[in-house]
Design a binder for this molecule. Sequence first.
Ligand code: NAI
Ligand code: MG
Length: 795
Amino acid sequence: MKIKEIYETMSYGPAPESADEAIQFLESHKREFKLFINGKWVKPSSNEYFETINPCTKEVLAKISEANETDVNKAVTAAKKALPEWVSIGPHKRARYLYALARQIQKHSRLFAVLESLDNGKPIRETRDIDIPIVARHFYHHAGWAQLRDTELKDYKEVGVIGQIIPWNFPLMMLAWKIAPAIAMGNTVVLKPAEYTPLTALLFAEICQQIGLPNGVVNIITGHGKTGATLVDHKEVNKIAFTGSTEVGKIIRRATAGTGKKLSLELGGKSPFIVFEDADLDSVVEGVVDAIWFNQGQVCCAGSRLLVQESIADKLYKKIKARMETLRIGNALDKSIDMGAVVAKVQLKIITDLVKQGVDEGSTLWQPSWTCPKVGYYYPPTLFTDVTPSSTIAQEEIFGPVLVAMSFRSHKEAVKLANNTRYGLACSIWTENINLALDIAPQIKAGTAWINCTNVFDAAAGFGGYRESGFGREGGIEGLYEYLKPKVDDLLSDKPIKVAKKTAAKPNSNGQPNGIDRTTKMYIGGKQARPDGGYSTVIKSENGDYLGEVSKGNRKDIRNAVEAAHLNSSWEGKTGHAKAQVLYYIAENLAIRREEFADRIVQMTNQNMASALEEVDVSIDRIYYYAAMADKYDGKVHHTIHRNVTLAMPEAIGVMGIICPNESSLLGFISTVIPAIAMGNNVVVVPSENMPFSATDFYQILETSDVPAGTVNIVTGSKDELSQVLAKHDDVDGIWYFGTKEGSKNIELLSADNMKRTWVNYGKHRNWLDKTQGEGTTFLRKASQIKNIWIPYGE
Ligand code: NAI
Ligand code: MG
């Protein structure tokens, strides 16, 4: 084309970014990469290699080591060995290393960007302007957190050796999100990049060498899923952090169940992009481009479900199609393209198959008139309309450039449609009415809500899922807790605390020991309920005296209780102040019946009256603590780098199952149930199995304290049986378990199906009387999840 012609047509020519420096890097390793263990390049003991390609050209870029069990062992051993020194150098020195990493990444940002685009197939414009700047920002931000650990988070310590497994869609960014907080908090890591995109992680290893990061603090091992699984199973690994498919996330949840390994999972999504009729449609169109055609749609939080208000649907589809026609697809290194190639042949097949299924199921497909380049793994931007909410393409994560559109009429319907998914990673809300946006955002079950924007990230804000999008947060202070453990955990004991006993049990005048001469019922939906099975269990005191009987709850009773908890929609929406009022009222009513509750404890345990009264008094004190916190455990406005107010709001988890400890019959119940409801959850409680009467006596207190029906439901019976039913229940969102080691394992195992948030004690006991062990913000944090709401400002 002649210059004059170019001026006339104003079409873009190719503007390739040079790959020279990246090629030099590959050549410096003779295009054959070893493993980075203990600060050195080590040959894989299998001597096996696999190839990583450029998906735009299918050209082989380099050979990559396949790490086996021996190599994983080596890496974990190196990380373990490096740990004491890395801990002891303290916050400031760690901060300096993180700062040095940030500087070096910035200095080599062009090389990183080119290498990333070559290996992954994503546009250089994105790696250069989005991925790599976020990576550098992440290390800078966490250099700060490293410095602040011992002052801002002084009740916490490092977790130890961290195993990290990351996907291929944002290879270096995911590495930064994993490594920066981990090492900032004093942990050492073994990281496995994805098999399709290991190159920038290997360049990062070189950067670690360059800045003189102590050997073994960061180890990079390459390989496929099996290498990842070996890392997950390794006994010396104290935590696994994973980003990837929900399927593998569930495998990892099950594999780590009961081991005590900390776990954070950032999984898939099918995020709604909701457009109300008053939205600025031209902005919406650009938003859609960023939501689903950014990174070829291979984004866990991609706005892949377009939900449009019916009145403007056709108009918007028309505009989107016009914009799709102008999108440019091509080689990732071309600076003027909008879309590159999909990462691998298998991913292209998944997309192609799902699109075919969409057509087969009757949805209408639209693609631009132009064709994709022939050589690489390209897939054109795609729009589906006439989609039914239950169809495969509306439910399954496609992980490609495929937008699925549906329409709604009312606001209520929009929320319902948005939440009609098993996922909950993000949502994007478009309207010019800020009141509407802020009304909708809290109603969507997702970890991030973007208002009039989409796919914005920053190191200062937490990112992570609700529901089957996983648990845990990355970024900001929210993300740090994933790499810390409370110091108080070291004080937990293998045995419950001993209580002071009476000298001898005192029988009643009628010769019967003290007790309840009736069968207590259960408490469901604000009413006392008979057990479905009609059975009861005899409860004896510690001395073996008959005390009374409790209802033996079964599967059906749990189901009824969960249903009652879901039916109560009023509690979560109450203000902190209103919740506090109810909690104070509970405390007041318990105080009135202080002696009666102490008597009951004495009957069950034969402990002396003074210690029983202490348990009641600490319970009242504890309720006051959570009443006080109900309107004080609040959110933050994060200092993100964009022109945004980023609100981090703690929200209720939803319906929680709470399996109380057997010991401290009253205080164990109070210490677990009260923080959960203080955060707005509705709970199904299984009280102490051998001492249930403090909980069954508590019904009267709940009834007289304005606790709404369904907020606290109590099912008595076999702890093992009932907790398993709760753990398997699909409508239970979170579960706390205080019991045996084996029981803890079961809870973690069974809760994987719908990815419940779990908190278990692995058979360790707290001294519930001790404030540092029995109460605090840890309980509130475990009873809530943070949603980050991004609200841009300015013109
Ligand atoms: P994947 O979940 O299999 O891979 C992610 C990482 O996990 C890779 O490093 C892989 O080697 C590793 N891995 C695989 N199996 C493992 C195991 N059993 N134990 C430990 N580590 C294991 O994802 P894949 O196969 O690359 O992509 C499949 C689908 O997953 C995509 O189509 C997409 O739907 C979803 N996905 C979601 C991502 C997200 O960010 N949410 C990222 C990547 C994929
Ligand atoms: Mg590759």
